[in-house]
Design a protein. Sequence first.
Length: 298
Amino acid sequence: MPLLSGALAASTDGLVLAHDTPGIEAEGVAALTAAALGVSIRMTEATGRGGFRELLVRGGSGYIATYAAGSSAVLTLLAEDRINVGRLHLEGRRAGARIGELVDSALERVERTPPHAPYRPGAHHPEPHAPAAPHVTAPPLPHTHTPQPPTTPMPFTRKRTRSPRPATERKRASMANTEAALKDAMSSIEGTTGVALVDYTSGMALGTLGGGKDFNLEVAAAGNTDVIRAKLRTMEHLGIKDEIEDILITLGTQYHLIRLLKTRGGNGLFLYLVLDASRANLAMARHQLKKIEAELEI
């Protein structure tokens, strides 16, 4: 991930499991993470906010983000100040969930392994002082040689293996795909003045295009996150077991179109489109935005 300067996986009591932290002592970071985790857990319990999920600390030159990784581990990421925090949360949560699965399954296997049974009087054990059976050496068999037909040596061939695609390359492709989708929306949907891809679990924009000083897409992204959350709560209270496809907000001079992603990797994300009402064809805009969503891979 661009602008990520370090990563560390540790147990909840401060034991380093794996790390890539150039120039930083991993053991010290793991110990401090365990201390911060203890304070965070006590704070969430005292305020009734449920179990620990994540912790974000911002310094003068960057971020330190810690994510829960199952029940026994945490993932800490070090990032530069210019990083997209929404994308940091998205990748950090995914990586934390994967690390948690690996650590928890390993601990389950250890717990299922039966311990070695101790020696107990009366139990069946081999006699330690039983006399050994006499060793009898069989007479050697006469040596016979059976001629073998000549064999043709097989030519040496090297098996070609396809190397897996590096994680950094996959993330670059994901970012390029996001940028291409935003550019496609700006160019192909008539009347578009701004578009954003937003994580509605945090309110952070993963990518924006358009807008300007008179219309801050970052602020709009955070505000429309509250719109989605309110609608989901209303559906829950009404007992409506369905999914939101899109939300349309009509202003005097603008249309605001919100489309929740249903594609692979798009859970918790939405596309936010701002249209000039005097130039936009609303039906075509919804059709084209649905098509862009289908082609978008996060």
